[in-house]
Write a protein that binds this ligand. Structure first.
Ligand code: MG
Length: 385
């Protein structure tokens, strides 16, 4: 039995993680549930899964959660700091990090330092501070298992392989809803159009990131840290069918791929059950229903965010942290209809150019860079209106 702390339980990945746990009650139990704001769903989840601890980050909602769960022996805490504390509990085996954005960083660091096994769904943690997290995970023997579907695919392709036999990895990309569109067309994209992803059902932030290719850019950075790769060893290929989840090319020219229908419960289940595989009732992929797989190179001219990620990867330091912070602000502004779709990358690029570059950042530098980048991005957005 694995005891799980699920950070971000009310989001898309959080809900699907609970679905996997509910289907395997003899293998997994919920020790901790945390949510940012959605008290109603958190209460409902706590009533179903009976965790020992529940944390609601928004302190205004504490009383509501406390009262609803008062008949049960569940400890209730509130505030962001509480999330970072509960991951260290002795009764927790695995921490699933399914919160959105930079907020995942501190709780993940605490969990890694406590030597917990990490099911990593919050890719921003590795984007922001990949060197720090990687270093801490080695020092504290904290195993990081990716939940992101592409990285889960690569992780699965690497089972039984020697690290030095990897020539490169090929991250597949659906291309998002706007693949093939011109700059002119992209500038007129509406929020509603951008929120409709052709293949994956995800939260709002990551759906926009997928449409701008920022998500793929972040995945390139995530892959560098997870698998110890150089930038030139990471290739992105557009595969609109989203059946091949990613590939590894080895030193003998052989390529291994991992395939399946696009359903996040598969990589979640793989991460939770690793190193074993368990059965499920998720629909199977049929080659007869999808006889054509296509591949093209991504358009980094009109989708600048992917190019910016490679730039951040080559230059290193705090640049990826800055890119992530600028992007969180610009995506929010787009969702609030304050800027256009193409402005997202314009802001990201300008903030990266303005910020003070730190070559070997420590945690404090990351926190400061994140803060400054957000201020610059907000200022630019104000000027655009
Ligand atoms: Mg992904």
């Amino acid at each position: 039995m694995k005891n799980i702390a699920l950070l971000g339980s009310t989001g898309s990945i959080g809900q699907q993680t609970l679905d996997v746990i509910a289907n395997n009650p003899t293998l997994f139990s919920v020790e901790v549930l945390t949510a940012n704001n959605n008290a109603d769903l958190l209460i409902e989840q706590a009533l179903t899964f009976k965790p020992n601890v529940v944390v609601i980050s928004n302190e205004d909602k504490y009383t509501r959660v406390k009262e609803a769960l008062s008949p049960y022996p569940i400890k209730i805490y509130s505030g962001y700091d509480a999330i970072a504390q509960v991951v260290e509990m002795g009764s927790v085996d695995t921490v699933v990090t399914a919160m959105v954005g930079f907020s995942g960083l501190l709780p993940t660091i605490r969990a890694v330092k406590a030597g917990k096994q990490i099911g990593l769904a919050n890719k921003e943690t590795l984007v922001v501070a990949g060197d720090l997290i990687t270093r801490l995970s080695i020092e504290n023997k904290s195993e990081i298992i990716p939940i992101d579907s592409e990285h889960s695919a690569i992780f699965q392709c690497l089972v039984g392989e020697a690290e030095e036999s990897v020539e490169k990895i090929i991250l597949t990309c659906s291309g998002g809803p706007f693949h093939g569109k011109t700059a002119e067309q992209l500038s007129k994209v509406t929020v509603k159009e951008a929120l409709k992803h052709p293949k994956w059902d995800m939260g709002a932030k990551i759906t926009i990131d997928s449409a701008t290719l920022m998500n793929k850019g972040f995945e390139v950075i995530e892959a560098k840290w997870l698998f110890g790769l150089r930038p030139e060893q990471i290739e992105v290929v557009v595969h609109p069918q989203s059946i091949i989840h990613s590939m590894v090319q080895f030193c003998d020219g052989s390529i291994k791929a991992q395939l399946g229908i696009p359903d996040m419960r598969m990589p979640i289940q793989f991460a939770l059950a690793y190193p074993i595989r368990i059965k499920n009732a998720i629909p199977r992929f049929s080659f007869a229903d999808c006889p054509t797989f296509t591949f093209t190179t991504p358009d980094t001219k009109n989708f600048r965010n992917l190019a910016l990620s490679y730039e951040a990867l080559h230059k290193g330091g705090n640049l990826a942290c800055v890119l992530n912070a600028a992007n969180e602000v610009s995506v929010k502004a787009f969702l609030n209809e304050k800027i256009s779709f193409t402005d997202i990358a314009v802001i990201n690029e300008q903030v990266m150019g303005q910020i003070h570059y730190v070559i070997h950042p420590e945690l404090d530098d990351y926190i400061a860079s994140d803060k400054t980048a957000r201020i610059y991005a907000e200022e630019m957005i104000l000027k655009m209106q």
